[in-house]
Write a new protein. Structure first.
Length: 94
């Protein structure tokens, strides 16, 4: 299911990104993808803070892996218009 979320308090200098959720993050949100408008020059930490204001995440940011456009990155990376950002929770290996 794709959800589109827009924060109407953000000025015109915004960008739209796709946020992808995996593992139990998908289960708790009841969707695997959403389109989000955020402030330009936002970091992944900024994005996670914004999303946390509207959603309840069971994992703290420090426990999640994050990727931009299919590449794992650090949380201080900047996001650009049209990026795909994936939040991946810890998974158990057997």
């Amino acid at each position: 299911m794709l959800i589109t979320y827009t924060d109407n308090t953000i000025a015109d200098n915004t960008m739209t990104i796709n946020v992808l959720y995996f593992a139990d993050v998908t289960d708790q949100k009841d969707c695997s993808e959403e389109r989000v408008k955020i402030q330009q020059a936002a970091s992944l930490t900024d994005l996670y803070k914004q999303l946390s204001q509207n959603h309840v995440f069971i994992h703290p940011q420090s426990k999640l892996r994050v990727a931009i456009n299919d590449d794992f990155v650090n949380w201080n990376e900047l996001i650009y218009d049209g990026d795909n950002v994936a939040f991946i929770s810890p998974v158990a290996c057997i």
